[in-house]
Design a protein around this ligand. Structure first.
Ligand SMILES: Cc1cc2nc3c(=O)[nH]c(=O)nc-3n(C[C@H](O)[C@H](O)[C@H](O)COP(=O)(O)OP(=O)(O)OC[C@H]3O[C@@H](n4cnc5c(N)ncnc54)[C@H](O)[C@@H]3O)c2cc1C
Length: 363
């Protein structure tokens, strides 16, 4: 799978999705998934834009409900991020932890589960993993290898083009039983079914009773602390016109249509403190920089927000609301959401029932 960065190609990808087929086959490795998450996560397009496009094409909500629900999951995790510290175990402490690292053979794509190893190599090449395989990998790391979810989640976030701290942390927590009432397990039979493989005699080729109760397999015993860093590019020599507004872009907002009709200084900020805490790979960095080229006259600033504001004399600064921007000063504008339902819902379905009502009314 490749991920074009030109806005026209991205919109073409939105136009070509198959949401009806998606509802039937999304869990299979060759299912009709959209490959849109890198663009949603980087704030190029929104879940609302995708949903509106489906309705414009004449789909009825009832025939694509499973698809719209997945878009809603994305917004739901974002809403939880607004109200909670997603670095802390959300519902309960992750049970049955043995270590705070990640199995070396996962990072080397040598777990011995062939399809998992193929997909991990694919992650390094493409920056993408299918949702079901993300769940398998997280389960192997947290529930079979008994690692605390944080270091494996940091490893995956580093490589994913769609890296999104809310979807990532809260999904890892869900699999690990920290954001759910039970841990998620998949055995080899399940993996074989959804990936069309027929591997046998692996450490997962057992009944659920056995794998939920076994000690850490030899293949996963060696561990490392994943601790890669971000390589930031150099800043441009900024040219800031004091007579016009300044629009701030970042890893989570690369929307080329935002304030596009206004004359503005447009600055992509890369704050070392953010990338120190949440590192990303060179591939993810390059992807962001390529996506930013859809924004006219964008300039790059690698430094902290406070330093940037010293260079902007008129203080006429606009930015999009986001949990990582709470220290920004200026005029905060809303992100696009699928619906207006907001708040700290304790279960997805409580949120979804309200969201669905609103979506039905608006058709
Ligand atoms: C361990 C783990 C880590 C994850 N980390 C991330 C992450 O860093 N960034 C990220 O965007 N998603 C993450 N997800 C959620 C999900 O796997 C991806 O959003 C999805 O696979 C993206 O591929 P797609 O665009 O082809 O999705 P599709 O299946 O085509 O879905 C369409 C859109 O719906 C949303 N969506 C679909 N499934 C989910 C889901 N389970 N949770 C939340 N939103 C969903 C996404 O925005 C996606 O682009 C993670 C899931 C797991 C289990």
């Amino acid at each position: 799978m490749n991920f074009p960065t030109n806005y026209k190609d991205i919109i073409e990808r939105v136009e070509n999705i198959s949401p009806k087929r998606y509802c039937k086959n999304r869990n299979f490795i060759d299912g009709d998934v959209t490959y849109l998450s890198p663009y949603i996560s980087r704030g190029v397009i929104s879940t609302k834009l995708i949903y509106d496009n489906c309705i414009k094409k004449g789909y009825d909500l009832s025939e694509i409900e499973k698809f719209v629900q997945e878009l809603a999951w994305r917004d739901y995790w974002q809403l939880l991020w607004l109200e909670n510290d997603i670095n802390i175990d959300l519902k309960r402490l992750q049970p049955d932890i043995n270590n705070n690292e990640i199995s070396l053979n996962i990072t080397k794509a040598q777990s011995g589960i062939e399809i998992i190893d193929q997909v991990i190599n694919g992650l390094y090449e493409t920056g993408y993993i299918h949702n079901h395989i993300r769940m398998y990998i997280a389960s192997i790391c947290c529930n079979i290898s008994k690692s605390n979810w944080r270091n494996p989640a940091k490893w995956m976030y580093y490589y994913l083009l769609d890296g999104d701290l809310a979807s990532n942390s809260l999904s890892w927590q869900w699999v690990a039983g920290a954001n759910s009432n039970k841990k998620y397990y998949a055995n080899q039979e399940n993996i074989n079914k959804y990936t069309y493989s027929n591997q046998r005699n692996t450490f997962l080729d057992h009944s659920y009773e056995k794998i939920t109760d076994m000690s850490i397999p030899n293949e996963l015993e060696k561990r490392i602390l994943f601790d890669e860093k971000t390589i930031l590019p150099k800043s441009d020599n900024l040219i800031i016109n004091p007579n016009i507004q300044t629009c701030i872009y970042n890893y989570y907002n690369l929307d080329p249509l935002w304030r596009a009709s206004n004359k503005a200084n447009r600055i992509l900020i890369l704050e070392p403190s953010i990338y120190e805490k949440y590192p990303i790979s060179k591939k993810c960095m390059d992807f962001m920089l390529e996506l930013s080229k859809n924004i006219e006259n964008i300039q790059i600033f690698a430094g902290e927000y406070k330093e940037l504001t010293k260079l902007i004399i008129n203080n006429n600064i606009y930015f999009k609301e986001h949990p990582l921007n709470s220290h920004y000063t200026g005029k905060k504008e809303s992100r696009d959401w699928l619906t207006n339902v907001k708040g700290n819902y304790t279960s997805f379905f409580k949120y979804w029932n309200k969201a669905k009502k609103e979506l039905k009314k608006s058709i």
